[in-house]
Design a protein around this ligand. Sequence first.
Ligand code: OOB
Length: 566
Amino acid sequence: MNPGPAANPGSAVNPGPAASSGPDFTPWPAEEAARYRALGHWRGQTFGTWLSGLAAAYAGRTAVVGVSAATGEQVRWTYAELDERAHRLAAGFAARGIEAGERVLVQLPNVAEYVPVLFGLWRAGALPVFALPAHRHSELVHFASHAEAAAIVTVGEHERHDYAAEAHSVADEVAPVRRVFVVGSDEFAELAATEPRELPDPDPGAPAFLQLSGGSTGMSKLIPRTHDDYLYSVRESARICRLRPDSVYLVVLPAAHNYPMSSPGILGALHAGSTVVLSPRPDADTAFALVESEGVTMCGVVPPLAAAWVQAAARTTRDLSTLEVLLVGGAKCGRELAERIEPALGCRLQQVFGMAEGLVFYTRLDDPDELVLSTQGRPISLDDEIRVVNPDDPEASAADVVEPGQAGALLTRGPYTIRGYYRAAEHNATAFTADGFYRTGDLVRLHPSGHVEVVGRVKEQINRGGEKVAPEEVENHLMAHSGVLDAALVGVADAFLGERTCAYVVPVDGAEPAEAELRRFVRERGVAAYKVPDRVVLTAEFPTTGVGKTSKRELRAVLADQAKNG
Ligand code: OOB
């Protein structure tokens, strides 16, 4: 049954409905919050009022260029048009029963409507939950039920997948979901044409949306980001990346991911009065055509895509001369690749190392080449507290710092890094230190300049070319197969993606499930394609390490070692 909106989504003490575990939102301590406000980091502004300000300042300039889900044609909307569309959508969502504080699962590809829908939900006071287009049934059910989403916003058929049918089947399974809105449908056109009306502005200190974590133990966690904290990171990102009203930012990665959303991304570009161009696909042919036709000046990519573009640039006939900056991040950009970007694409490389939980590092555009090529940058804010601590102790406190220049586990606390995941009390107890530092799980080395170099990780996560895979989640799917006794997923080095996944599987006595069968089985359990193991290796038994029962963590380490050496 639908329990309705949480009583007070911004409150730390709200335990949420009985089904949930832990508070919705862990606020910053009052003193810290007061300091961030006094410093002007948090300005008490919501996304809705922020857009109104942008529309006033840049009314006739082009805000969004993209393919419309409704017509399949490219559209161009000015800031004034974007603002009006968002007002109408907000009124439309409200008229259809979406209440302030309710969560709405959003699964949209890079279509033009993505931007006004986002602001429409924000103005209605709803909290978007950002699924990626790659997510499938089991993931969507998890997000919708954990967030107790009241509705789903999606598209119809897209890239040979029926998103609307998928959303309806999720709605059938997850009781709180009352509505499915299909962008591009006639019904949605009616909603989008609703007469605008004043709606109460949400609390800027309360969560504005829920991002997804990459996940390490089990399924992705939900990340509550507030208007105040996120807008601070957006303004600073726009400044650091030197976006201007005549900049043109191209979105090639899935728009809902934190990186193209805010580093500096769609929101950073809007903050500067720039134009946001949404590319339906990330391939060089599509993207280069848009660079030429729209005069793109900036784009953010993951390392494998940067490598593909470097190759494609050698034989393209497109004019890429407007491109000034290519951001590369989401996974480690190796030195060799880093060195090839500027000569091949004729633009400045900017490395970015960030996380949906908050903290973002950028190399600066005027940093010496050596730092740009060999580090992942320095934090956005002087108020980002950075600690590099003993990597061998998963419970290391912020005081257990390593010697200067040594590699260690990165902990952080600051004005735009969360203090807790959404409804995840148990996980929060280990993911954060007692004094509120987030354990990023990344292994880094700090340079005297304040720049960091990512040298590895201590968390149980595989980074497949920027797409994050939690081993436990995939192992659980494999173990649901009747022929599988046990499974362990490890990352193996890959020249293109950085890492690929390899599943080691112990079959039940007498069974011999084929690799293709197991891969299909995982896919058909309803998971994103990037989580389907790249390889499956059957093994009679798992190696034991030392005494007693092997922990999955140790086992993965041993298997990863075997994969590397064998
Ligand atoms: C970005 O966000 P997420 O939440 O998908 O993943 C965060 C994790 C980091 O903890 C780190 O393990 C890895 O992705 N990562 C990098 C990296 N950028 C992210 N590892 C090495 N080098 C880099 N440059 O991936 C994200 C969010 C905002 C901006 C950029 C990336």
